[in-house]
Structure formats: C-alpha cells, structure tokens
Design a protein around this ligand. Structure first.
Ligand code: ADP
Ligand code: MG
Length: 332
C-alpha cells in the first residue's frame, strides 16, 4: 500500500462569488514532508487562494484537502480557522503587539505551563532566527525585516508541522530577505519542518524551493525541481516568471537569423555570448546597466531588443556595435 501523502489536495476548487473566472480550478497536488514547496504565479493567479485552501482558511467548493489522510476543516466547521498543525505568515504583521518586547511577543504564543522549558524554547528560536540581540526591544522600534522575523518566530514557537508563507518578504530589503531565506532553509534541514511559500519573486523561489509549482489562472501549469523548470520550462509563461528573458516572435527571430517553426523564441540573458568581430557587428549597445556582480546590457538591431548578461566589466560601451552568439534558446 502506498504511504499516506503528508498534505494532499484532491480535485480542490474555489470560485469566488459573483465571478466565473477567478479562484482555483479543480486542482490535485501533493506536498512532501520536510521540504520547501514554492508556488509561483503572476498576480491574481490564485496563489493566496490555494494557500488558504491548504490551511483551511477557505472551504473548497469541490474536493478536499487531506493532512496525513484526514480532511482539513473549513472555517465554518472550526472555531479558530486554520489547521492546528500549521501556521501562516503573510506581509501583514498586524497581530504583533507593538509596545511589547520581542521576547514577550513570542512568549504570548506559549501556554505558560512550564516556564523553564518555555524560556529554553524562546532562546532557541531567537538563535535560529538570529534575533537574540532584539529580545528586549519593543516591536514598534524594529525595521520591517525584523518585525517579519518576529512574526516567523511566533509562528514557529509552537512547533507547527507546516509553515505557510504568503509573500512574507515583500516589504523586506534584499540583504535581510536573503538572510531570512537562509535561516528558514536551515530550520527546515534541522527540524524537518515543511514549508509552503507563495511568491512572485524568481530569485526567492529558485534559491529556496525544493519543489516548484507554477500557477496560471487558477491552474497548476507545471511543477518540478526548480533547476529543471528553469532550464527547460514547458511553457513560455514559466520562462517569463522565472527570468527576465527576451521573447521574440517567429518574424523577429528570422530577422536575427534564427529559423523556427515555433511561434516564439525565448533567450535567457546568460545564453548569449558577446563577441567583437571584424565584420557583422550589427547589434548596437543601447544600455549598459551596472548590477553589482554583472552588467545587464540591452542590445538593439532592426527594432528588436535583446537583454544580455555581461560579466566583463567595462568591456562594452553604449553606442558601440557588437556581434552575438547564441548558446541556447527555447521554442514555444
Ligand atoms: P494571487 O495571490 O495569486 O495574487 P489570489 O488568490 O489572491 O491571487 O486571487 C485570485 C483571483 O481571485 C484574483 O482575480 C482575485 O481578484 C480573486 N479574489 C481573491 N479573493 C477574492 C474574494 N474574497 N472575492 C472575490 N474575488 C477574489
Ligand atoms: Mg496573493
């Protein structure tokens, strides 16, 4: 007999009243224990709806969600909505007590039966989330990223089996965001926590996720390992979500010397080699944008613009003409 899936949605759908198109269409999915699953999709594709269905904050119109084989109750069936073994963190950190200390905000989530054990637990989570120095600060004085850490500490202190994250790092600056992502990955490794994260940020999902689900208009378009999906997306939609790529029509591709039967050609910035040759330098460098560890170049030829990643700093100047070699492209 096959093992019972950890978290499973079976033919789950949810259409919002008064609309025919928005929500989640009949969806099947399985979430494995101890892994980070990321759900990516454009705004309005149903990411938050799907997360709420998995958590039990919304009742599905059809189908059911099973946690370890048992049906998850919807909000109408339960006094406090949301499954007890799960916790959700969103962009809103409204439920923090602004004028209490970080420590007390976390302690409030515990039952106060064994104070010593409670203290050890809080100390441990503060270390795991690198917040020990914040312990005595009032939440009101924290930065957005620090508040988000408190929210995550509060969610994790009760040892949930699943942590649901709905774009929680949107308001957090990049360096903070990456630190938090690493810490969450480490907690997953150390504790076997299961994380489901919703995001529209490719950098976030690609670096965090073990498994990626691509959502489009309420349906899972494709899913799999982030590296595989990045290198060989089955759909143009996925490529566009995961990287800032160049998409050419068949006609545009022809102008660039690429013959194809497909309707679209997709070229990732790192798949283009730039070369200076004696002849045939027919791409004009329109813009060179410094990005820290690389340059983003926009090249133009006959009205077609291509984005190229360049790590040879200062080699190319705006206004000059160069030649291109394509290492790889995708056809759709
Ligand atoms: P995402 O999180 O991917 O941006 P959502 O799950 O929030 O998408 O929303 C999916 C679609 O459902 C959107 O078109 C949104 O406008 C609509 N929607 C979300 N919540 C409601 C609601 N409570 N009532 C009506 N429509 C809603
Ligand atoms: Mg959302």
């Amino acid at each position: 007999m096959a093992a019972t899936p950890f978290l499973q949605a079976i033919a789950v759908s949810k259409t919002y009243l008064g609309t025919t198109v928005s929500g989640i269409k009949s969806t099947d999915l399985t979430i494995s224990k101890g892994r980070i699953t990321a759900i990516i999709g454009e705004s309005g594709s149903g990411k938050s709806t799907l997360l709420k269905l998995l958590y039990g904050l919304l009742s599905p119109d059809t189908g059911e969600v099973l946690f370890k084989g048992e049906r998850i109750w919807g909000p109408a069936e339960k006094l406090i909505p949301g499954h007890n073994a799960m916790k959700m963190v969103t962009q809103q950190t409204d439920d923090l007590n602004l004028y209490a200390k970080v420590w007390d905000n976390i302690a409030l989530m515990l039952p106060h039966t064994d104070l010593k054990a409670e203290q050890e637990k809080i100390e441990k989570i503060l270390v795991q989330l690198k917040m020990t120095a914040l312990s005595d600060k009032q939440v009101v004085n924290l930065s957005g990223g620090e508040k988000q850490r408190v929210a995550i500490a509060r969610a994790l202190i009760g040892d949930p089996e699943i942590l649901l994250l709905d774009e929680p790092f949107n308001q957090v600056d990049t360096s903070f965001r990456e630190g938090l992502q690493q810490d969450i990955r480490q907690i997953v490794k150390d504790t076997g926590l299961t994380v489901i994260i919703v995001s529209h940020d490719p950098a976030e999902v690609l670096s965090m996720a073990d498994e990626l689900l691509v959502l489009k208009e309420g349906e899972i378009l494709e899913s799999g390992n982030p590296k595989t999906l990045y290198q060989n997306p089955q759909y143009l939609y996925t490529a566009r979500l995961l990287t800032n790529c160049t998409v050419l029509t068949k006609e545009e591709a022809k102008i660039c010397g690429l013959k194809t039967r497909a309707n679209h050609i997709v070229i990732y910035p790192e798949w283009i080699e730039t070369v200076k040759t004696w002849g045939g330098n027919n791409w004009e460098i329109k813009q060179v944008l410094f990005k820290g560890c690389y340059e983003d170049m926009l090249l133009e030829r006959k009205g077609i613009t291509i984005r190229v990643l360049n790590d040879q700093f200062g080699k190319y100047k705006e206004g000059k003409k160069i030649n291109l070699k394509l290492k790889k492209w995708l056809e759709y």
